[in-house]
Design a protein around this ligand. Structure first.
Ligand code: ADP
Ligand code: ASP
Ligand code: MG
Length: 403
């Protein structure tokens, strides 16, 4: 029998009633497939665990953080298995260390590099349904690791890869990937098929529906993903390679972030090497600098430099810049009330005028663009957070995404 991997997100296992529904979905697939299940923690549980760590310390140990926050998945897996056993199925929960699922990299941000198949294969042969904790693994020191928020998506994709599954279905609380967050814009339209490249950009630029790393893993390993709802039977979205898609849209989707901060250094000496002196200590401290803009110096001596980072990194960034003896500047300004809005689409590669249409559409709404960055298939602008909804709605209309 062929293997199918099913992943259930936090809302899908958010209550015992939801878990009973999930068990019904699993039972349906069991008629045709060997089923491997990956589950997230019940919604809210991981956040509560993180808050507990913050109450102990702002600098809570990273390795203990992983032990703590990975515990939510243990609960949901036991509840799903318990319900399946009640229904007469042969099911059991598996913690990642019991398999094991091996990871590499730092605590909090590890990546799965190997899954030991032996026990699961034997269990499947006996007709069992393994219910496996997502979001986690163990490292070469035999310690528990986690793989980044929303990481169960990546766990499911890696299981699909290692077990050569016929399908990987991501069950969530929306019935697919939409042109933009359907909970924020009513006219958002479901996308039937989307390429890994576009999905990766949409996810990295703020579309929470899929974790960005999981899409990288899927693309690398050519795992097709179906995103669908555990609440309805509606057809979902297929995430697949570009070749499989015939698409005549210029723009496929719009994403936005809500957790960016803007940093401006006024009156920086304009000489070679200054930007490197500013960014080197930031990169050494794992601070990810995103958009960067430098004004052309009016007098040839001084310039202003603006860049964006994640809001969580703001106080660290401030400290590093103020301690940096290699740079001189007149003033340092921070702004947390910014948001990055991006339009994404492979169609823009071959269509001229997309940038102009984006800027004109925002100008009509009197929305000021603070910083711009582009890549082959996306254009991002930094704007005032209060204008995000207006911006998305006008861009959605401009590029006819509701059609
Ligand atoms: P899960 O807990 O199942 O992993 P998430 O909360 O991580 O679910 O992701 C689902 C949410 O992603 C939706 O409720 C929706 O608000 C949000 N979302 C953001 N952008 C999009 C988009 N383009 N399409 C669909 N959902 C999106
Ligand atoms: N429970 C984890 C989180 O909330 C992992 C996941 O949901 O995929 O981030
Ligand atoms: Mg998620």
């Amino acid at each position: 029998m062929k293997i199918i991997v099913l992943k259930f997100g936090g809302t899908s296992v958010g209550t015992t009633d939801r878990i009973k529904k999930v068990a019904k979905i699993i039972a349906k697939y069991k008629k045709k497939y060997n089923v491997i299940v990956l589950s997230s923690a019940m919604s809210g549980v991981t956040n509560n665990l993180i808050n507990l760590s913050k109450k102990i310390s702002k600098n809570f140990s990273d390795s203990e953080y992983d032990v703590l926050v990975s515990s939510g998945e243990q609960m949901s897996c036991a509840l799903i298995s318990g319900e399946l056993i009640n229904k007469g199925f042969n099911a059991r929960s598996w913690m990642s260390w019991q398999i094991p699922i091996n990871t590499e990299g730092k605590y909090k941000f590890s990546r799965i590099n190997k899954i030991n198949k032996n026990q699961i294969v034997n269990y499947l042969k006996k007709g069992g349904i393994p219910i496996i904790t997502g979001f986690q693994g163990i490292n070469n020191k035999n310690r528990i690791t986690t793989i980044g928020r929303g990481g169960t998506d990546a766990s499911a994709i890696m299981f699909a890869k290692f077990f050569n599954a016929e399908k990987c279905i991501i069950y969530t609380d929306v019935d697919g990937v939409y042109s933009t967050d359907p909970n924020k814009l009513k006219t958002a339209k479901k996308i039937k098929v989307i390429s890994y490249e576009e999905m990766l950009e949409m996810a990295s630029l703020g579309a929470k529906v899929m974790q960005p790393h999981s899409i990288q893993d899927a693309r690398l390993n050519r795992v097709d993903i179906e995103v669908r709802s555990s609440f309805t039977d509606n057809e979902g979205t297929l995430i697949t390679k570009r070749k499989n898609i015939i698409n005549n849209k210029i723009i496929t989707g719009i994403s936005n972030t809500m957790n960016d901060a803007k940093v401006t250094l006024l009156g920086v000496r304009d000489k070679p090497g200054i930007a490197a002196s500013i960014f080197k200590p930031l990169s050494e401290n794992f601070i990810n600098v995103d958009m960067v803009v430098q004004n052309i110096s009016a007098n040839g001596k001084e310039t202003d430099l603006t860049f964006t980072i994640k809001s969580d990194d703001l106080s660290k960034t401030k400290r590093i810049i103020l301690q940096n003896k290699k740079i001189n500047f007149r003033d340092l300004i921070f702004d947390k009330n910014v948001s990055k809005v991006s339009i994404i689409g492979v169609g823009m590669v071959t269509t001229p005028g997309v940038t102009y249409r984006m800027f004109q559409s925002l100008a009509r709404q009197k929305i000021n663009i603070q910083v711009i960055s582009t890549s082959e298939i996306k254009i991002s602008v930094l704007i005032d957070k209060k204008n995000v909804r207006k911006a998305i709605s006008s861009l959605h209309k401009e590029f006819q995404l509701n059609k």
